[in-house]
Design a protein around this ligand. Structure first.
Ligand code: HMG
Ligand code: MG
Length: 300
């Protein structure tokens, strides 16, 4: 059965902008404000990672500090931060992030390239982070990368995706986001992967995070909707990619998913016209065209 309501987790300000030319902190805050104005309730606003590795996110502290003190801050919006280790968590906490996300991988090679450690080492680093998060009542989300393929290893076994997902869930992540980091998956494999992970993590605790490199993301989501997953990570205007996955394009454009879901009678709580405005504004700041087909169509 299809869900009647879907939750969109907007990653444009983090996953999107981490792999675009740098924009100003003011541009990021405008984007985040316009997303909130459009009705987006879950916004990943930045990451606390090494500024040497990802300079585009070096101003995340300023972004969260300003969100914390924002007079017209939308109520009910959760601003989330990506944090790889305890240091990142402490910075996110001090800056006022509402929740954090840790990120592991189902591929050893990707783990090494992305966070400079093995899968097991990354899990060991997450333990003190989760302990501190519990102490401070901060919810922790868990990402698993390379769930449908790896830029270095190619095929990834679903058993490894399920193993890492189960560990992150058992450690205390309230939701596990399954990332097709390089967007290579196709619908049948995507559905099989979700079904395998749903054997070890309740399906209502799963989210799907599909990059759209091969144009498969929307089809993959449609194929997975009937499994019971109802949380999807998307990026307004299809911004971004991944700095450690060469050739990977941005996430599925939020506008494209919202249009499809509304057309199917599934509620998102998002105003599509206002969402497209947010995508147009940040695309202009970046000097690039809007990567959402729907945004371009409704403007035409
Ligand atoms: P490392 O070099 O192994 O760490 O990096 P280290 O502990 O040896 O520390 C080295 C330096 O980094 C030290 O500074 C630390 O203080 C500093 P120095 O003494 O040289 O001046 N450092 C930090 N600085 C700021 N924030 C921190 C932090 N931790 C250490 N949290 C590290 C390890 C994880 C930090 C590094 O590899 C890193 O930052 N990697 C970037 C990872 C990243 O942001 N990748 C993109 C996001 S993941 C993604 O996009 C996938 C996802 O979207 C899902 C999907 O699509 O599949 C989530
Ligand atoms: Mg991603």
């Amino acid at each position: 059965m299809l869900p009647t309501k879907v939750s969109i987790f907007e990653v444009g300000a983090r996953d999107g902008l981490q792999n675009e030319a740098p924009v100003t902190t003011a541009d990021k805050l405008t984007l985040i404000q316009q997303l909130a104005d459009a009705g987006v309730k879950r916004i990943e606003a930045g990451s606390f990672v090494s500024p040497k590795w990802v300079p585009q996110m070096a101003d995340s502290d300023a972004v969260f500090q300003q969100l914390k003190h924002q007079i017209n801050r939308q109520s009910g919006v959760v601003y989330s931060a990506l944090t790889p280790n305890l240091k990142g968590f402490e910075l996110a906490l001090a800056a006022g992030a509402d929740e954090v996300a840790i990120f592991g991988a189902a591929s050893e090679s990707f783990s090494q390239k992305n966070i400079n450690c093995s899968i097991d080492e990354s899990i060991a680093r997450f333990i003190p982070l989760i302990e501190q998060a519990k102490k401070h009542n901060i919810a922790v989300r868990g990402y698993v990368s390379c769930v449908l393929g790896c830029p270095y290893e190619g095929h990834i076994n679903v058993s490894e995706v399920a193993r890492v997902s189960e560990i992150l869930y058992q450690m205390g992540c309230y939701e596990i986001s399954l990332g097709d980091t390089i967007g290579v998956g196709t619908p049948t494999d995507a559905r099989k992967m979700v079904e395998a992970v749903a054997n070890v993590v309740p399906v209502d605790k799963l989210a799907l995070h599909f990059h759209d490199t091969y144009g498969q993301a929307l089809a993959n989501i449609l194929a997975c909707l009937e499994t019971g997953v109802s949380v999807f990570d998307t990026s307004v205007a299809g911004l971004g990619g991944c700095p450690y996955a060469k050739g990977a394009s941005g996430n599925l454009a939020t506008e494209d998913l919202v249009y499809m879901l509304h057309g199917m009678g599934i509620d998102t709580g998002i105003d599509l016209a206002k969402l497209a405005l947010a995508g147009d504004t940040i695309s202009r700041a970046l000097g690039r065209t809007n990567g959402s087909k729907v945004a371009n169509a409704i403007r035409a």
